[in-house]
Design a protein around this ligand. Sequence first.
Ligand code: TRP
Length: 332
Amino acid sequence: MTDKILTGDRPTGQLHLGHYVGSLRARVELQNQHPQTILIADMQGLTDNGHNPAKVAENILNVLADYLAVGIDPQRTTLCLQSGLPALAELTQFYANLVTVSRLERNPTVKAEIASKEFGASIPAGFLTYPISQAADITAFRATLVPVGDDQLPMIEQTNEVVRKVNNVAGQELLVECRALIGKASRLPGVDGKAKMSKSLGNALVLGASEKDISKAVKKMYTDPGHLRIEDPGKVEGNVVFTYLDAFHPDEALVAGLKEHYQRGGLGDGQVKKVLEECLQELLAPIRERRERFIADKGELMRILQAGTQAAREETGVVLQDLKKAFGLPIL
Ligand code: TRP
């Protein structure tokens, strides 16, 4: 049986290299093998930006342009907008009755985000419950495979709990369980060496970065603080330049050679950074050019989003109707 793929991102900023490594790259390949839908999760973006909807609204087309720029093809992948799909909100409301508040509070991703966002006692209800809405996203498309970064694993687990509960109540296999597809280097550190690349931490390199931005980011990139002289042996573990070479350089043998030389001593940080910079410039130049062309034609972007959302509205509406029928509710 072929997989059905659903994935998505919150449009709260431009997408960056962390997204690329975590799942964008995989999605470009997967669209040739399976039916795939990508959801621009604006409703989820609002769960911690409720008082600043402009931040979400203005990034919808940015994210769409990022998708198209990396090679997502709207002929192969359905690109749709979460707020344009009322069935998702309705399914969320049904599922919310089968999920406890304490289970949500225990979700490790939500827990970590609550701590890092410093909500204190003012956690928005929509934020605490967003795993339920993500379960609605996934199940409404009958997705079986969800390509995401590894921070999303708890969401998949909670989605499958919802699936089992709903099926139990419905007395039939109404919804399907899904599994995560985790990228090769699913968590890219920021250019400063911090555990995760993230726009809010200010350590991200966006896909539309200029040549100069790329050059600057590589120059200030964290290496081995103990590697003071070129002739000293250096460490590759925790050395962001090597982590990035592993994630992006197409020539694995060359990277292995550089590592060996660096560890032995005699290879300067500057030389390794030069190899990385060339590789990133080469990767991002065509993406930047395509991105600029798409962003310059907002009308075309809107047409793509409109067509994908229309198709998705029909698809998700069917699952909602099936659930209502299975629950014995009249279809009016
Ligand atoms: N939670 C995801 C993120 O933080 C975005 C998302 C929303 C998503 N709905 C989804 C991912 C459904 C996969 C499947 O980026």
